[in-house]
Design a binder for this molecule. Structure first.
Ligand SMILES: Nc1ncnc2c1ncn2[C@@H]1O[C@H](COP(=O)(O)OP(=O)(O)OP(=O)(O)O)[C@@H](O)[C@H]1O
Ligand SMILES: [Mg+2]
Length: 232
């Protein structure tokens, strides 16, 4: 089943006299449990596309269906409800709150769901355990390595059990060893928890952890292909 379906999606940014056509009539589908990498030069529209997929922004035109819901017809508050239920976000620079420890950071999405504190704590601990950081749950972000901070961010992304993980350059700020750990975690979430994963990256080796690569140039899809199985 398609979890993401986009038809003729366009995005026009307007500021004063300037107009940028960041996405030009993009159409594609992503099935449940796929692991897709999006690549392309700087300014090609990768983050714009990810933000539309993640219901952080509306497209200017076209049709977007997320799990059967026509997102382009939703108002902002409905859109954030859909986002909170279906999507977990991971960013290049982690976006953790600096004054909160790992546990509190991971609890944040559950607060928006109106869950009580005991339940929140249980789920946040389980998510931190899943990313191998239960022993660091009382640490502040500054007391963690970059790779550990990104794993806390992933715990926060998965704590609400979303269908889709969206990651914008998740390994961009990490050394290659920590980057590999993040990719292994994504593979585990994809294969064992059946989460659909869509990640943006400019590193070919990172892209190849996915099973399919969509390449953007100048707001258009120029290729969409399966990653060859590697014989290790
Ligand atoms: N808020 C905005 N207002 C105006 N133009 C924007 C805005 N956000 C992005 N753009 C423009 O849209 C185009 C696509 O931007 P986007 O951030 O999606 O690129 P990207 O592929 O993610 O690039 P990078 O690899 O550098 O992150 C760029 O030309 C950019 O300048
Ligand atoms: Mg970007």
């Amino acid at each position: 089943m398609n979890i993401i379906r986009m038809e003729n999606i366009s995005k026009l940014y307007k500021s004063g006299q300037l107009q940028v056509e960041a996405l030009k009539n993009i159409s594609f589908e992503i099935k449940e449990k796929e692991f897709v990498s999006i690549m392309g030069p700087s300014g090609s529209g990768k983050s714009t596309l990810l933000n539309i997929i993640g219901c952080l922004d509306h497209a200017s035109g076209g049709t977007y269906e997320l799990a059967g819901t026509k997102v382009d017809k939703l108002n902002d508050s409905k859109m954030s409800q859909v986002r909170n239920l279906f999507i977990g976000f991971v960013f290049q620079s982690f976006h953790l709150l600096p004054r909160m420890n790992a546990l509190k950071n991971v609890e944040i999405p559950l607060i928006y769901r109106g869950m009580n504190s005991k339940q929140r704590r249980e789920l946040a601990e389980a998510a931190l355990e899943q990313v191998g950081l239960k022993d660091r749950m009382n640490h502040l972000p500054a007391q963690l390595s970059g790779g550990q901070q990104q794993r806390v961010a992933i715990a926060r992304a998965i704590v609400g059990n979303p269908s889709i993980i969206l990651a914008d350059e998740p390994t961009g700020a990490l050394d290659s060893k920590s980057g590999e750990m993040i990719m292994e975690l994504f593979i585990e979430l994809n294969e064992k928890k059946s989460m659909t994963i869509v990640q943006v990256t400019h590193e070919e080796e990172i892209a190849e952890y996915g099973k399919r690569i969509i390449r953007l140039v100048d707001g258009q899809i120029v290729s969409d292909s399966k990653v060859e199985e590697k014989n290790v």
